[in-house]
Design a protein around this ligand. Structure first.
Ligand code: IPD
Ligand code: CA
Ligand code: CA
Length: 272
């Protein structure tokens, strides 16, 4: 159900955001190029995969951002890390949703955000290349998809909500906790969705396709861009205990304001 809204002029111009969007648009051609080919796959673990497209996309985007913003640092999932002279750095997930991508399941993104010295996102882009959907946000200026403003669903009834989640790579060690929590949400919502891309799940909260999302075991590159997009779209973002969300902390509860307290309650009640 890709929306493919036409780009228009409603989004305020931001020079760094425009540069990032252009780079991510080009980077998006790389996973598409390999999509229907035999992808070379390495196993980071038995359930954590790496494809040639993860490496090539990261290589391209890192070089592009270093050339465009030589004073900024880099932190990218597949190993690139450069110190910052400006205090800001780019946090990059070259493919968020690699397991989906490797299996040809159409839910994967490229995600990049500029974060300041306190690790607060300044601006970010999440791009779903198959759907040609580009989500973006600038701190304090709003969130957009393909140039149109987006906002959260406004859902107020947890029983009528659709919730996204994900299961971390160490899931086999924490299966009882994951299943207890999942059971609490399955008992108290319309249903659960799991795309396999945390950034896509969070952008879906930002545009109201999902009412909320929770996950433990997250990394900063999974959420740096999407968390800002959700925040700017009106979501409430916290850790599982209700304290403010932090991209370097593994837990996130991101939801339309009316159901966020109930999500925290379900998480609390289902914590072993
Ligand atoms: C993963 C995806 C997945 C989430 C995992 C992430 P990757 O990122 O976002 O949805 O459940 O926690 O690690 O490995 O595909 O970049
Ligand atoms: Ca990821
Ligand atoms: Ca990744």
């Amino acid at each position: 159900m890709c929306k493919n809204q036409d780009a228009n002029e409603t989004q305020p111009q931001n020079a760094a955001l425009s540069v990032l969007k252009n780079g991510i648009l080009k980077a998006g051609e790389i996973p598409l190029k390999y999509l229907n080919t035999e992808k070379f796959i390495e196993n980071k673990s038995s359930v954590n995969l790496l494809t040639i497209a993860d490496k090539e996309t990261e290589e391209f985007l890192v070089q592009y951002l270093i050339e465009s913003f030589p004073d900024d640092g880099i932190l990218a999932e597949e190993g690139h890390e450069h110190p910052s002279r400006s205090g800001n750095r780019w946090v990059i997930d070259p493919i968020d949703g690699t397991t989906s991508y490797a299996h040809g399941f159409p839910a994967f993104t490229i995600s990049a955000a500029l974060v300041d010295a306190e690790n607060h996102p300044i601006l970010g882009v999440v791009y779903h290349p198959l759907c040609k959907e580009m989500y973006s946000a600038v701190n304090g200026q709003g969130a957009w998809m393909n140039g149109k403003p987006i906002k959260v669903s406004g859902q107020e009834d947890i029983q009528s909500s659709l919730i996204g989640t994900g299961f971390p790579y160490n899931r086999r060690e924490i299966m009882d906790q994951l299943m207890k929590r999942l059971s609490a949400f399955l008992h108290n919502t319309h249903d659960i969705r799991r795309t396999g891309s945390a950034s896509l799940d969070i952008c879906y909260v930002a545009m109201g396709r999902l009412d909320g999302y929770y996950e433990g075991g997250l990394q900063p590159w999974d959420t740096a861009a999407a968390s800002l997009i959700a925040q700017e779209a009106g979501a409430v973002l916290t850790k599982f205990d209700g304290s403010p969300y932090d991209i370097f902390f593994p837990e996130a509860v991101i939801a339309s304001p009316g159901i966020h307290p109930d999500m925290l309650r379900l998480i609390r009640e289902s914590t072993i």
